[in-house]
Structures are given as structure tokens and as C-alpha cells.
Design a protein around this ligand. Structure first.
Ligand SMILES: C[S@@+](CC[C@H](N)C(=O)[O-])C[C@H]1O[C@@H](n2cnc3c(N)ncnc32)[C@H](O)[C@@H]1O
Length: 209
């Protein structure tokens, strides 16, 4: 069967440079268009990851770093399960400004392709949903996620199926396993944006560094 051409399914997948991606999201946020599109597209990333996260995270007040939090859709889903200690980080100030007030304890504008400005072992968990995709955040960010997460903490993410191999995420996940930096708990193909025929790998790993 021919390989699915995922890169043609959504316009933003054509962008290559971080400043283009930032501009695109800043504009996408206008008039709440991003959130409206996610409802129209039946984007299920935040729901699917939160469900899996809740299955494995037993303590509700754990400190969670939401990497590429956008408008806070992941925090909103995790809140339904009783989690509340969210710290969001994103490239787009426009999307950060749209996060419902009080939902996150802190919000910061960052480029996740650079070092994360938090000390080692600062968080109990990292969520990264929709952010490992075309032209967005690259595999070395996973080293930073492990660095800022405490031992035995959880890292939960999606990887767009179209970049999993092309960007070397497949190799990076295996390498981190071999180096005993983390242990795979869940890894499966999720719906993600099934309405656009775009699926994502959903991973949940326990830090064992
Ligand atoms: C598809 S959205 C997902 C947002 C949110 N997690 C959700 O599920 O609705 C991807 C997010 O990644 C952010 N992003 C893209 N490149 C980034 C980078 N280099 N550093 C930090 N965030 C980035 C975008 O601004 C956007 O908010």
C-alpha cells in the first residue's frame, strides 16, 4: 500500500521555519479560530493523551509541564480528571493569551528547540500534545523533557505519523530506551485528527534516569 502523504493534509505542515510557524499560530489564534477549527476537525489529541495520562498518574496535585500548550486544551482535559498544577509553555504569545485565566499556574513563551529554562527535576510530568509535528519541535527536546522531569515521573506525547521516521523520532525513542533514560509504558497509533486522515503515535514513558 502506498505511504500516506500526511504532509499535504493540513496547510501548516508546509512551513519549515520556527518564525513562520509562530506567525501562523499568532494569526490562527485571532477570533478564537484555532479552538474553533480543533472542534470542527474533531482533534482528539488532548482527550486521548489525558485519558492515558490519568490511567497511569495516581496523584492529582503533581506538577505538570505542558510543552506547546497552545490555548490550553490539554489543561482543560486534565482538569476533568482532577489534575490542576499545570505550567504551560508555547512559542505563540497569541495562543498563550487565549489560555483561560486561572487554568495554568504559569505560562511562558519559549522555543522548545532550545534549552528549557527550568532546573533539573523541576516537574513530576511533561505533556506534549500536537507539538511533535511538521516544522515544529525536534527530537532533542525529549532530552530536555527527561532532564526537567523527576525520576519515576511521566512523559506523555503525540508524534504526528508523518514525521515519526522522517525527523528521527523512531530512533530517538529507542535510543532513550537503550540508555535506560526511560521505560515505555504505552505506545500506539491514536486517532489524533482522524477527520483529516492524520493519525499520531501516542507515547507515555516513565523516567528511569
Ligand atoms: C497543534 S498545536 C497544539 C497545542 C496544544 N498542545 C493542543 O493540543 O491544542 C502545536 C503548538 O506547538 C507550538 N509550537 C510550535 N513550534 C514550537 C516551538 N519551537 N517551541 C514551542 N512551541 C512550539 C505552537 O505554537 C502550537 O501552540
Amino acid at each position: 500500500m502506498a505511504q500516506k502523504d500526511v504532509g499535504n493534509k493540513v496547510p501548516i505542515y508546509k512551513l519549515k521555519k520556527t518564525h513562520e510557524v509562530m506567525k501562523y499560530y499568532d494569526e490562527w489564534g485571532e477570533g478564537n479560530k484555532y479552538d474553533k477549527d480543533m472542534v470542527d476537525w474533531n482533534y482528539t489529541g488532548p482527550k486521548e493523551t489525558s485519558k492515558i495520562f490519568n490511567k497511569h498518574a495516581n496523584v492529582k496535585n503533581i506538577k505538570i509541564y505542558d510543552a506547546g500548550c497552545g490555548t490550553g486544551l490539554v489543561g482543560a482535559e486534565l482538569k476533568k480528571y482532577g489534575f490542576s498544577n499545570f505550567h504551560g509553555a508555547d512559542l505563540s504569545q497569541k495562543l498563550l493569551d487565549l489560555v483561560p485565566s486561572g487554568l495554568y499556574k504559569s505560562l511562558e513563551k519559549v522555543d522548545l528547540n532550545e534549552a528549557i529554562n527550568h532546573k533539573d527535576n523541576s516537574f513530576d510530568a511533561v505533556m506534549c500534545v500536537g507539538t511533535f509535528t511538521f516544522g515544529h519541535v525536534k527530537p532533542p527536546a525529549l532530552d530536555e523533557f527527561i532532564r526537567i522531569t523527576k525520576n519515576s515521573g511521566l512523559i506523555c506525547f503525540t508524534i504526528n505519523e508523518g514525521i515519526h521516521e522522517e525527523y528521527g523520532f523512531d530512533k530517538k525513542l529507542e535510543e532513550l530506551k537503550k540508555e535506560k533514560k526511560w521505560k515505555e509504558i504505552e505506545f500506539f497509533k491514536s486517532d489524533y485528527i482522524a477527520s483529516k486522515d492524520v493519525n499520531a503515535w501516542l507515547g507515555l514513558y516513565e523516567v528511569t534516569k
